[in-house]
Design a protein around this ligand. Structure first.
Ligand code: DI6
Ligand code: FE
Length: 404
């Protein structure tokens, strides 16, 4: 069924178009939507007469922005790790828990045990929560299946979320997230399985829009990540990387060599990694929720990223182990308070730069030709969303010109 959109003029808004570092603000602005696309953006007083017969919507002098994008989530999973959180607060270490079969592998066990419907039912509310905050585009990674059938199952559930809700879902194959028990002491054997079986299967079924690797001393090595990238490239899939989260493995520079979309986390990113990312035009995705939940103290190199003009995005990293949350505006607040991003950087990080991190050039700004994914906020100024948290200031969301 073709989506129903109406053509309309939305006026009496302050538009933050995200077209420059000052957010491209236009007072007394007006946008025109036709067939789900923005066909005019500017001051209401300059609206061409040819649009004057379209139905009008009054924005009540509210703030209008592009809809938000959450460009890094692992929101399809089963089970709960709340018990592990409790154990940690009673003195157990992360290591004790992992050795007792907990940690990522406990989520893998629960995710494998769930059938597709159960997994869908457990995950849908997380995506809905983001939608209700003004998010129109979500990336969802696999990585809790770690077998051919279970990775495919996770990706199918991610696609189904995109078919069920009005938002757009980009899927990422993260089979190289952790070592499954079947391959204990044989990480090269597992990487071979990922490259020769899982990536080709996901590509053949069009279930993955990108491929990701957890490159870390507790994950996979740089050399193993490169093998995964080569397989991804052979199947025409763009790459991204979880890198420099706990240590510097030079994973970001490797991703840049493969012209990847983004490197994510980045607390331990080096000057060399930053230079490589700048040259490739890749996005630096910051995940303040994981920084907070893991009680990390090392800050990502924000000023060096700024100096090198690397685009910065912000995402939730929604996952049961290191960032159990689905609140993108809260991540804007944390990016400002922990990382000292400016409110302008935080806004660009969940709109234009987040879309860029997903290779989506049709969304992320208010400009002619862009998809009419827009959010109207009960805010008097853009920085308010970074300052005050806990309220939901969303007044209205449109996705592809359709009110949601
Ligand atoms: N980095 C993380 O912080 C999460 N995954 C990753 O690659 C942790 C995922 C989990 O603990 O379930
Ligand atoms: Fe992650």
């Amino acid at each position: 069924m073709a989506p129903q959109h109406s053509d309309f003029v939305l006026h009496s808004v302050t538009a933050a178009c995200m077209t420059n570092a000052e957010l491209g603000l236009i007072e007394n602005a007006c946008v025109v939507v036709r067939d789900g696309i923005l066909v005019w953006v500017g001051e209401f007083s300059a609206l061409p007469a040819k649009f004057s017969r379209l139905p009008e919507i009054c924005g009540g002098d509210r703030l209008l922005t592009p809809a938000l994008t959450d460009c890094h989530t692992h929101l399809v999973w089963a089970g709960s790790r709340a018990g592990e959180f409790r154990q940690r607060l009673h003195g157990a270490s992360y290591q004790d828990i992992a050795e007792a079969g907990g940690g990522i592998l406990s989520t893998v066990k629960a995710t494998r045990a769930a059938n597709e419907d159960e997994l869908f039912k457990a995950s849908l509310p997380r995506a809905k929560a983001l939608l209700h905050q003004g998010v129109a585009h979500i990336e969802i990674k696999s990585g809790y299946g770690l077998s051919l059938a279970d990775e495919i199952k996770q990706l199918r559930v991610a696609r189904r979320i995109g078919e069920t809700l009005p938002l757009k879902v980009s899927t990422t194959l993260l089979a190289a997230h952790a070592l499954p028990p079947e391959y204990e002491n044989d990480s090269d054997g597992y990487i071979q399985h990922v490259c020769e079986q899982i990536i080709p299967a996901a590509a053949a079924e069009h279930l993955a829009d990108a491929v990701d690797v957890f490159c870390e001393n507790i994950g996979f090595s740089r050399a193993q990540a490169e093998r995964v990238f080569q397989a991804a490239q052979a199947h025409g899939l763009p790459v991204k990387i979880h890198a420099e989260q706990l240590s510097d493995q030079d994973g970001s520079a490797l991703m840049a060599e493969y012209n990847g979309l983004s490197a994510d986390h980045l607390e331990y990113l080096s000057e060399q990694g930053i230079a490589a990312m700048a040259k490739a035009g890749s996005v630096a995705v910051l995940l303040p929720g994981a920084f907070y939940f893991l009680r990390e103290t090392k800050l990502p190199p924000i000023q060096a990223l700024r100096n090198a003009n690397v685009p910065i995005a912000i995402a939730t990293d929604a996952n049961p182990g290191s960032s159990p949350l689905v609140q993108l505006p809260l991540m804007m607040h944390m990016a400002c308070s922990f990382f000292r991003l400016t409110p302008e950087e935080a806004w660009l990080g969940v709109t234009r730069n987040a879309a860029l991190a997903l290779g989506d050039t049709q969304q992320g700004t208010l400009a002619v030709g862009q998809r009419a994914d827009m959010a109207l906020w009960n805010l008097t100024s853009p920085e308010q969303i970074c300052y005050e948290f806990g309220m939901n200031p969303l007044e209205q969301l449109w996705i592809g010109g359709t009110a949601v």
